[in-house]
Design a protein around this ligand. Sequence first.
Ligand code: DQA
Length: 148
Amino acid sequence: MRLVILNGPNLNRLGKREPSVYGTETLDDLMNEINEHCSQNQVRILHKQSNWEGQLIDWIHEAQSHQLDGIIMNPGAFTHYSYAIRDAVSSVEIPVIEVHISNVHNREEFRKESVIAPVCVGQISGFGFESYKMAVDYFIRRRNHGTS
Ligand code: DQA
């Protein structure tokens, strides 16, 4: 099974950025933790991060042309207003899970709305780096049991 993790804007600043909200671990720490989790479960994982909306859209399209099995995406602030990313998700047949490190529902009002989550399989929010691993686990269960 092949999955891709797409991290959006400002997630390259993990570890330095608002540590009280996002913790002190870096994007490299996140990738290492996920790689370990995936290698224990025969999952091939790709990691990508961009601060650019169009780049994220290209990677969503590419996941379709490479016939990946799933996308785990933290769209960062694009979550709350990018109809273009939403349309990209709708344009592919690959299941997408939206993840967030912080709980977007107990922060500022504008973070409560995701324009992307309605076209995803679901949203996992508020569990720190565990949010990503929970999304990987969903895809593992789906592979093992053929459920969605
Ligand atoms: C975030 C939440 C977003 O509201 C914010 O803009 C981010 C990070 C999260 O992972 O908690 O950049 O997606």
